[in-house]
Write a protein that binds this ligand. Structure first.
Ligand code: ZN
Length: 96
């Protein structure tokens, strides 16, 4: 579990073939709790604004999903959700 503060690092992590999970955290501002979403790093939702990912909200990275979910349950309770697009799959579903 690691907060990402470097945009280059975020973009290195958010690649279609990368592994791991990114949590998009709006909780510090409490403005958009519905936007607290956990994604797989390959998810296109992380690169919505053009191709680049951005750090307009806090982002956390973890290589494994289980410790990340345990952290979320402890720190955010029910105020987060898994992404409906990537569904936390470790790799993108085959399009073939
Ligand atoms: Zn996603």
């Amino acid at each position: 579990m690691e907060q990402i503060t470097d945009l280059q690092k975020l973009n290195d992590l958010c690649k279609p073939d990368s592994k791991g999970y990114i949590y998009n955290d709006f909780s510090p501002s409490e403005t958009q709790p519905g936007m607290n979403v956990l994604h797989s790093t390959w998810c296109g939702q992380l690169r919505k604004k053009g191709y680049e990912a951005d750090l307009s909200s806090d982002k956390y990275y973890a290589p494994d999903v289980y410790p990340l979910i345990m952290w979320l349950l402890a720190e955010r309770g029910a105020k987060w959700k898994p992404c409906g697009a990537c569904k936390l799959l470790p790799t993108p579903p085959s399009t073939k």
